[in-house]
Design a protein around this ligand. Structure first.
Ligand code: ARG
Length: 411
């Protein structure tokens, strides 16, 4: 039987050319698989037909939008997943779900190999191949751009020579990856990190400098996951989509950072993730009122480790799964309402309300009704400060007094 290769197909120039390119280089039949993670653009039927026109023996489209939103975006929200405190893991979380569908397709069509269109310089090749190896250890991976010398110029020549039904003249200076959780833009003049992004970089967001009137909304969460907007019950996908629209109109969620890639390169990326950033702000504040203090402090370190594992392509790894269990357990009481205002690039929390809140008005108030026993504070501080005080007394005995220089006090 002829060898078969499943190709992660986007419908763009590189992966369209890759169909014939891989077939010629390996003698295998190519099965194109397009996965819908809410990237928008062309209809997937158009994309499927193009794959067949470019020589794929089979073309298969998987609608993974709800799965991606519920099983990849929601865990990222529960983990407050912001790589380098800024990037909501847009591409990092799409690779594992795409890989899952590629591996399923490889099994279904009896393929030995999975191919993807990544270069050898980025994180995405690692995420694809580590995920594929984990889910289908018997499968091989190839990357035509990286392994079969498929450069952009060669792709254009090939498409023209073979009369492939794909635009070769459109000159987009950027490399873009997008899905319902956000959009990543790199290369072109953004590679000079002194250059600010121009208007044409953005697509999911309007300019926050000229916002429409403020937009206020109430988000309801149940166990760490948003379940309704303004009282209307919605799926995770619907919630992200609606917040992309409403947040995007206010210019919320524009991010511009130089980030550390797993492969050792620092790279400049511009992101837009309006829905994700609105949800993150709301979720974090709801955690502030519902998590116990020590749990919250410890969760921060777990969140960060989870985020780094996911950024580094370890979505299906044992440690990531273990941390999921911890994170899920912490979300038990992260339920309630967050009232927010979206305006001029910012998502601001205005109010919080929760049946499972740990905020106790009577403990917090400075007005009548105070139930906090202030007389206990003095003894608490004496004991709490005792070890530092004892160490300081030793310092004084051996070296004479603490250094108060700069405070204007003579020793
Ligand atoms: N740097 C980001 C990451 O590693 C995004 C990469 C997505 N690709 C792109 N062409 N912008 O997750």
């Amino acid at each position: 039987m002829t060898d078969r290769i499943v190709l992660a197909y986007s419908g763009g120039l590189d992966t369209s050319v890759a169909i014939g390119w891989i077939a010629e280089a390996t003698g295998a039949e190519v099965i194109a698989v397009a996965v819908d993670v809410g990237q928008g653009g062309e209809s997937l039927e158009t994309v499927r037909q193009r794959a067949l026109d470019c020589g794929a023996v089979e073309a298969y489209v998987a609608d993974a939008r709800d799965e991606f939103a519920a099983e990849y975006c929601m865990p990222t929200l529960k983990a407050n997943g912001l790589y380098m405190d800024a990037y909501p893991l847009v591409s990092a979380i799409s690779r594992p779900v795409i890989s899952k569908h590629l591996v399923a397709a490889a099994k279904q069509f009896g393929a030995s190999t999975v191919a993807h269109g990544c270069t050898g310089k980025g994180n995405d090749q690692v995420r694809f191949e580590v995920s594929i190896q984990t889910l289908g250890p018997e499968l091989k991976c190839i990357a035509p751009v990286r392994d079969l010398a498929l450069t952009r110029d060669k792709a254009i020549d090939y498409a023209t020579a073979h009369d492939l039904p794909i635009e070769t003249t459109k000159k987009n200076p950027f490399s873009i990856d997008q899905n319902v959780w956000g959009r990543a833009v790199e290369t072109g003049f953004l590679e000079d990190i002194w250059n600010g992004p121009t208007k044409d970089v953005y697509d999911y967001t309007e300019d926050p400098a000229f916002p429409p009137a403020p937009d206020t909304l109430t988000l309801t969460f149940d166990a760490g996951v948003p379940v309704a907007i303004d009282g209307e019950t919605l799926t995770p996908l619907q919630i992200i989509e609606q917040l992309n629209r409403r947040g995007g109109a206010q210019g919320v969620g524009r991010i511009d950072i130089v980030e550390d890639r797993l492969v050792g390169i620092k790279s400049r990326e511009v992101y837009e993730a309006p829905g994700a950033m609105v949800l993150m702000a709301a979720h974090r504040e709801l955690e502030n009122i519902t998590l116990e203090r020590e749990q919250a402090r410890f969760k921060k370190t777990v969140d960060q480790r989870w985020t780094e594992l996911v950024y580094d392509g370890q979505w299906f790894s044992p440690l990531k799964r273990n941390l999921d269990v911890f994170i899920d357990e912490t979300q038990k009481y992260v339920s309630g309402d967050i009232r927010m205002e979206l305006h001029g690039g910012r998502a601001t929390v205005l109010g919080r309300r929760s049946e499972t809140s740990l905020y106790d008005f009577n403990l917090a108030t400075y007005d009548t009704g105070d139930t906090f026993d202030q007389s206990s504070a003095r003894g608490f501080i004496d004991i709490y400060g005792l070890s530092a005080k004892t160490a300081s007394e030793r310092e004084q005995r051996l070296h004479g007094g603490p250094d108060l220089a700069g405070a204007g006090v003579q020793k």
